[in-house]
Design a protein around this ligand. Structure first.
Ligand code: AMP
Ligand code: ZN
Length: 427
């Protein structure tokens, strides 16, 4: 059973008390690491969240500077796994886990999957990368714990994906949203209608920013329910926050993580409901606790109770990362605002790319987007009309005049990992 009623519907007061207790345990545990021994030397006991909020933030740079072992609190012989986060410059960040840390993590994933309706009878095809990236392995162990037959296929090779889906009547997938859209074009090419010819019911999508419009598009194309899954390697990986059947924000598991929303510029803690940067603290991890980690992800706490009865607060869909924002001739734009418009148009397809460059000292915004052949097979004139319409919609949303190019399905570059949506030539 992975519906843990006493935990998931715990009274708010009891949850607060539990968090204070766990934060004290965590501070003591963290002091066993080289990094936190220095940082926490004058923090003894905390009695309230505001006491806790006096502790400085931990940043990605701290983790990099502490490479490899400065955050480890236990003897290396107790460590059973290492994961490493994506990153292109400097030292990678590495995260260590004990056997118990991994058990806690898989419990969380099992809890998330159960919440969305997955049961042991389901056939689960895990289309996320396995390896150092936490998305694949994280879900794998959770699904096995839940008891669903798990196919550890990983991403890519769409023909093989479809073959497995057909032969084993896959009911649940875990997939990057960008790949879910692309995979649909392969299904079309093979003449397969997922609504009729496959047994899919549920998809978990995450690991990269995507809009509500993208989710709805995937739901419509496949005839399934799509649930948003949020996590980051520094906080284990997937399983941090997850949607329930109401698909309206993600319950952040507050028995495992302490969450704050801060103003990214000033560091001030914001009240529930206001948008800012998510800051997370591990409550249970022993090998490598992390305190007040600046995720750079922008979101807000959703106010009010959820109809499902769970009391763990919900965060809104991630709007983007604070370092994602594009400034085009002084106007601030998030790539997700562009995606939102592109995904509303059914004539447009699976893939798009945003490019920014300087021309005559001005910033120019180029958007290339693939056409969906199933819904668009028009004349040149119709194509021009569609293009004008998209430019108009985009202009209204972002306040900048973009140059939009509609290109053939399958013609934009693809990669197996997280989609690269923005190329900024000014950098
Ligand atoms: P990594 O740990 O390197 O795989 O990357 C974690 C990052 O991926 C997060 O900090 C987010 O920026 C992004 N991410 C993960 N899940 C989601 C999601 N459901 N929606 C939006 N962004 C996500
Ligand atoms: Zn709920």
């Amino acid at each position: 059973m992975y519906w843990e009623e006493s935990i998931e519907t715990i009274k708010r007061d009891d949850l607060d008390k539990y968090q204070i207790k766990m934060l004290n345990i965590l501070i003591n545990q963290a002091k066993n690491s080289t990094f936190y021994k220095k940082r926490l030397f004058n923090y003894e006991k905390i009695n309230s969240f505001s006491d806790f909020q006096k502790i400085p933030f931990t940043t990605k740079q701290d983790l990099r500077d502490g490479f490899p072992y400065d955050f480890l609190t236990i003897d290396i012989k107790e460590v059973v796994r290492l994961h490493s986060s994506s990153g292109t410059t400097g030292n990678p960040t590495v995260i260590f886990h004990t056997k118990n840390d991994l058990d806690e993590w898989s419990n969380l994933i099992a809890r998330c999957m159960y919440m969305a309706g997955v049961r042991k009878e389901d056939i689960f095809q895990n289309i996320m990368s396995y390896g150092l990236f936490t998305g694949g392995i994280g879900f794998h162990y959770g699904a096995e714990k839940l008891g669903a037959m798990t196919i550890p296929i990983g991403p890519g090779n769409s023909k093989r994906q479809i073959w497995f889906m057909e032969k084993f009547k896959t009911t649940v997938v875990h997939i990057l949203p960008s790949y879910a859209l692309r995979l649909y074009t392969h299904l079309q090419e093979e003449g397969i209608d997922p609504k009729k010819d496959l047994s899919l019911k549920i998809a978990f999508v995450g690991a990269e920013p995507h809009t509500e419009e993208t989710r709805r598009k995937i739901e419509e194309l496949y005839g399934i329910k799509v649930y948003n899954s949020y996590g980051l390697s520094e906080m284990n990986g997937p399983g941090v926050a997850f949607e329930c059947e109401y698909q309206n924000g993600m319950h952040l598991w507050e028995d495992n993580y302490y969450a704050e929303i801060i103003n990214p510029e000033t560091g001030e803690v914001l009240p529930d409901g206001e948008e800012g940067e998510l800051v997370l603290t591990t409550l249970k991890r022993t090998a490598m606790p992390i305190i007040r980690y600046r995720t750079r992800d922008l979101t807000r706490i959703i106010l009010g109770k959820c109809s499902c009865g769970r009391t763990h607060r919900k965060i809104d869909r991630i709007k983007g990362r604070s370092d994602d924002m594009l400034i085009i001739n002084g106007v601030n734009i998030f790539p997700m605002q562009i995606e939102q418009i592109l995904m509303k148009a059914k004539e447009l397809g699976a893939n798009y790319i945003i490019e920014v460059q300087k021309e005559n000292f001005m910033d120019k915004l180029y958007i290339k987007v693939e056409i969906n052949n199933q819904f668009f097979n028009g004349t040149l004139e119709e194509l021009e009309r569609l293009q004008k319409h998209i430019i108009e919609e985009l202009k209204n949303e972002i306040g900048v005049n973009p140059i939009v190019k509609l290109v053939e399905s399958g013609s934009l570059p693809q990669n197996e990992g997280k989609a690269v949506r923005v190329i900024d030539h000014r950098k």
